[in-house]
Design a protein around this ligand. Structure first.
Ligand SMILES: [Zn+2]
Length: 416
């Protein structure tokens, strides 16, 4: 028995599941279970997909696409985005699953980081060309997997993005609509868990439909304070067994995984906050871009809200020694304003939000940016795939961009 007790001491019940619409559970903020560990919460992301080849068939290129074609084979033959909007037959009802956007519709696809390889005369019509491209298809699994078959359309209009320049039209495509393997599902198991009554009742249901668990995952620190990780599990309970992690605890087996697990390396970051927050600056500096982003995410979630801003006119010091990427900038800025483990935005729109006040500093303020040469060397123009989201693949955010945003937000930046 002493052994089992020792296990419990080593394996605190550090995760809390709060209901978000599970079968048969009524009321809000209902605690479903505490558990020692969640297998499937931390999963290393799939490696990035290799570049693909596409052909725009029967293309009438315009704007930057036409220019890129003139430079095929050089590094000027590059476009950050090509949006393909299908032109549906207006006399027919929209294809199944098509949702109109403004502009475009949900049948649109987007090619990213596109190199224009060349063109040849097209069989689709005189004056039309077939354009060969290499790039990536934007895939956002939460909005559905790209279809293997093209939508019903008699042409596609091409744009840089929905606010961007017109790139012409094409009749058909090759390589865009194809079978692509989905990433494997990593089902979740709640290890060493203590289900509360509502989850216990759900687990005893016979029909799978009534065993659907939908819950947000919170981390519980040593004082019992729970913080939302921003991650949600939504799956059917398919089994439970006594857990090796402690007497009376069970492992609850689910049939599906998280939409967006945390990368495996983020475990130490969340553990650091759970056992007491960062007590000195730059503990993030040894992490890569993806984990620096996770660091800012943990900082955001653990932010002490309700504290008054420092007064307008204050001066803050940013330690720029580790600002070797945009993720590092957000970590360093968060600590400049709010101390070790501090948060002050983790993407441009969040930064913009923070500059409006109530996030630790009230503009106008002064920011002394020490060792700015590091950012000057690294935050330079180019194409970028920031760690934080596939949505913002595109031109890199440069030091000049950041200075413009900070100045706009009434921050007087002193680069040193
Ligand atoms: Zn459509």
């Amino acid at each position: 028995m002493e052994q089992a007790w020792a296990w419990e001491q080593e394996m605190p019940l550090r995760w809390l599941l709060i209901d978000e619409g599970s079968s048969g559970v009524d009321g809000s903020d209902v605690a479903l279970a505490l558990c020692a560990d969640i297998d499937g919460l931390f999963v290393d992301p799939e490696p990035p997909r290799a570049a693909e080849h596409y052909t725009l068939i029967g293309c009438d290129p315009a704007g930057p696409l036409r220019e890129a074609l003139a430079h095929a084979g050089t590094d000027r033959a590059w476009l950050s985005d090509i949006v393909l909007d299908p032109v549906h037959d207006p006399r027919q009802p929209p294809p199944q699953g098509c949702q109109p956007y403004n502009p475009g519709c949900s049948c649109m696809e987007e090619l990213l980081d596109v190199t224009v390889l060349g063109r040849r005369p097209s069989a689709a019509g005189a004056d039309l060309v077939d354009v060969d491209l290499r790039g990536h298809l934007r895939i956002l699994p939460e909005y559905g997997w790209p279809p293997a078959q093209p939508p019903a359309a008699h042409a596609f209009t091409l744009t840089g993005n929905h606010d961007g320049p017109a790139l012409g039209t094409c009749r058909q495509t090759a390589g865009v609509f194809q079978e692509r393997p989905r990433p494997p599902v990593r089902p979740v198991t709640l290890l060493g868990s203590r289900p509360a009554a509502p989850l216990q009742a759900l687990m005893e249901q016979r029909s799978a439909r009534r065993r659907h668990l939908r819950a947000t995952i919170h981390t519980v620190d040593r004082s019992g304070h729970a913080v939302d990780t921003g991650r949600m599990v939504s799956a059917t309970v398919i089994g439970a067994r006594p857990s090796r992690l402690g007497a009376g605890l069970v492992d609850v087996v689910l049939d599906d995984g998280l939409d967006e697990p945390l990368p495996d390396g983020a475990r130490v970051i969340w553990e650091l906050w759970r056992t007491g927050r960062p007590d000195r600056p730059n503990l993030w500096a040894g992490h890569d871009r993806a984990l620096r982003h996770q660091w800012s995410g943990a900082a955001l979630r653990h932010r002490r809200s309700g504290r008054p801003d420092r007064l307008a006119g204050s001066t803050f010091c940013l330690d720029g020694r580790f600002v070797t990427d945009i993720e590092g900038f957000y970590c360093a800025l968060g600590e400049a304003i709010n101390g070790p483990g501090g948060y002050f935005g983790w993407n441009l729109s969040a930064l913009d939000d923070c500059l409006r006040g109530r996030w630790g500093a009230m503009a106008p303020f002064r920011l002394i940016w020490h060792h700015a040469e590091v950012a000057r060397r690294h935050l330079v123009p180019g194409y970028d795939r920031p760690a934080y989201t596939q949505r913002t693949w595109g031109p890199a955010i440069t030091l000049q961009d950041l200075l413009a945003i900070l100045t706009e937000g009434r921050v007087d930046v002193d680069l040193r």
